[in-house]
Design a protein around this ligand. Sequence first.
Ligand SMILES: Cc1ncc(COP(=O)(O)O)c(CN[C@@H](CN)CCC(=O)O)c1O
Length: 422
Amino acid sequence: MGRSEELFERAKRVIPGGVNSPVRAFGSVGLTPRFISRADRQKIYDADGRAYTDYVGSWGPMILGHNHPVVREAVERAVKDGLSFGAATEHEVEMAELVCGAVPSVELVRMVNSGTEAVMSAVRAARGFTDRDKLVKFAGCYHGHSDAMLVKAGSGVMTAGVPDSAGVPASCARDTLTAAYNDLESVELLFAENPGRIAAVIVEPVAANMGVVEPAGGFLKGLRRLCDENGAALIFDEVITGFRLAFGGAQERYGVEADLVTYGKIIGAGMPVGAYGGRREIMERVAPVGSVYQAGTLSGNPVAMAAGLAQLRYLREHPEVYAHIESLGRRLRAGLREAAPGCAVTGAGSLCCLFFTPGPVVDYTTAKAADTARFARYFRFLLDRGIYTAPSQFEALFLSDAHTEGDVDALAACIADFFRTE
Ligand SMILES: Cc1ncc(COP(=O)(O)O)c(CN[C@@H](CN)CCC(=O)O)c1O
């Protein structure tokens, strides 16, 4: 028995499912999860010392690759001054100035500790500002695990095949209305059926939790129009796309401004950081200025801020990173289209997905048509050959600045080998 098997047996005795986040359990691919002991650049190393080229990147934060010296040295310097004070620090001011400087629509921003917390807080701010309760989300989009979001959610919820979660009161789920991604009519209908009652529409501007589904032309602009016409806030959940699709995220890439935006992952560079921000008139409703309460012991933690600031400053000063990961994404998608007959290849920038369905994949329904058993065989084939991709059809492949054209070509070649064996 290898170390991962040993550790997994021990873990299952003291942690639900042996993991601290369900997708890590490798449940849908029927394997023992690899326990990772260290990582560097585009490589991760499991507890048995095996090396893998990593296309998960901690689910998005590692846009510069693992263990980047700029980030590591910033953390090493910060910890020497203390881990947490429960008081305001200069790091938080610098982080807020950087985020507001990067995204014109963000006039005020608040740090929290996860994407879930960012979304939960942004939704509360929208409800407080509009004095409305209803919320529109899209089937297959995942916005963290707060009660209101666990309705037809993507990511691990979709992987488990249970579109909703137990433990969410019907009274709460009732206020969460679901529309179909890329289907503006489904949103128009909800507004027509709930006049004056919808506080916000929340969307992943590129959906990356049902696999990767790009917004159809006009979809995001259409949501902007519908929210303006109905007095609802448009929330972009950019926990994945923020600072990845461009330094200004999806708002810069697609030229659509949201009223509120949520961040996570990249802004923490691997440390627990989330953030929400947006229009001043909305964000000024947040305590202590306004009556929308939100707080956090470790919000704006100085060590986490140092990590995030180092990564974001590097991205701001090295735009060539975006050119590199954009080019790798195009190269990978072209390689996958050649390597994987009968599959749909999707993606945007450094996000890619290989759907085991001929496609096109445009929403939850078409994503769900994928052959997850064949996906599991594909995952195992790659893992056995030192390539670590997301252990679920309903996640994304993440590229980083540490990946090379050789890595991407090797991935496509390995996938071509898989299809030759099928
Ligand atoms: C668009 C979007 N919004 C919010 C979240 C929640 O963020 P966290 O609470 O996990 O930091 C996420 C979290 N993403 C998943 C991966 N698809 C996290 C991985 C996991 O759950 O273990 C997200 O993708």
